[in-house]
Design a binder for this molecule. Sequence first.
Ligand SMILES: [Fe+2]
Length: 258
Amino acid sequence: MTQLNRRAFIGSLALTAAFAAVTRSGALAQTPKSLDQWAQDLADLNRDLTTGKITLVDWQDRIGALNTGVELEDLRRYLDFDRLTKAMTFPTKLAETADPHLPTHINVDGIERPWFIRFFGMKKGGAIIPHVHNNMVSSHLIIDGQFHARTFDRMVDLPDDARGDTILLRPARDETMGPGAIVTMSDERENSHWLIAEADRSFTFDVGLVDIAKDRAYTLPANKYNMIFVDPTGEEDGYGLITAPVITFEEATTKFAA
Ligand SMILES: [Fe+2]
């Protein structure tokens, strides 16, 4: 082997070794550019909502398209999913949460409402207990496991000091959802949701904005998390509506996550 060929041969061996190392670490599967673009699109979408450029339903449609257009493996790696969730042990049937962060080079300036990105995880039988939201939008992308997801449109609040407050709900979705499926909500569409994990270590990746401009004034006030817990298990009436009693967190946990 000539000196030149020998050098080329050793060089190619080194390249092969480097390639193998990269493959093992999964680095080659990463597409940092496209995920940076995804993150920037997410921030831009949230800015557009808070500055009134798009409607609530636009936000739901667009985040649905954006977040279901990403490779889940790449998204989990980009958001450091394994590290953030590996210590979760799920001692109860309530969700545990962890907040990933977008890279600092993503421009998040000018988003005029508080917003968050968050992993929700639970064990089999665990639940995101049924609730409605006041003046908030959120999306829940299934990124691991499986859920039975139900959503409802919130038709009208019915305050009643004597018999207890209720909310009229119209069932919307009732589906088994695996990785890649998404649920979104706003004041306008599918304001209420209820998710039950059907596999251990089931996770959603959520995006939410709170204190959204109050286009819709609700009769019933929400808690500090913009939530009102409800029991949507009653029978539908002749109009396809469910009269859902407003319940406390403790009542909801006892009934839906005990
Ligand atoms: Fe929610």
